[in-house]
Design a protein around this ligand. Structure first.
Ligand code: THU
Length: 160
């Protein structure tokens, strides 16, 4: 028996001003997209913005429904929009930001497991890493690839 370790490195920034101009633009687009969330049940407004390999920025926000499972997270709304609209473009960076009680959450919101799995598949499809930028008011976290937020990604169908 061996003990194995998985180490994850990520960057932490103290504010949007510390980001590169591209990442800052994307963070601001995610924050703006949160304004279009439809959240009568959770009142938790999430925005996502994706930079594509052609430079386009595609956004999404969470859309809820009275039949709860019918709603969708901001990240998947944005990814499905991007894939439907630009199937040949890689998703280079996905930024997300959450607003609660009218304020950008101090600690970044982190994507749910289902969204991570969808990110993983589009990353594989593109054949290049997708960066994830989680934007909070006091902290911003940047991960270089989906593997870092979803270790041991399910892709057994591909490898068999
Ligand atoms: N939500 C997102 O849109 N993205 C996340 O990363 C976490 C959760 C949404 C789903 C639901 O509309 C609300 O936030 C509360 O869970």
């Amino acid at each position: 028996m061996d003990i194995r370790e998985i180490n994850i490195r990520y960057r932490e920034y103290g504010s949007m001003e510390q980001l590169s101009p591209e990442d800052r633009e994307l963070a601001e687009a995610a924050l703006k997209a949160a304004g279009n969330a439809y959240t009568p049940y959770s009142h938790f407004n999430v925005g996502a913005a994706i930079r594509l390999s052609g430079g386009e920025i595609v956004t999404g926000s969470n859309q809820e429904n009275m039949a709860f499972p019918s709603g969708l997270c901001a990240e998947r709304t944005a990814m499905f929009h991007a894939a439907a609209q630009y199937p040949d473009k890689a998703m280079e960076t996905l930024a997300l930001a959450a607003i609660q009680n009218g304020e950008l959450c101090p600690v970044p919101a982190t994507p749910c497991g289902a969204c991570r799995q969808v990110m993983a598949e589009y990353q594989t499809r593109a054949g290049r890493p997708m960066e994830i930028l989680m934007v909070g008011a006091e902290k911003i976290w940047k991960f270089s690839r989906v593997d870092d937020i979803l270790p041991l990604i399910f892709d057994s169908l591909r490898t068999q």
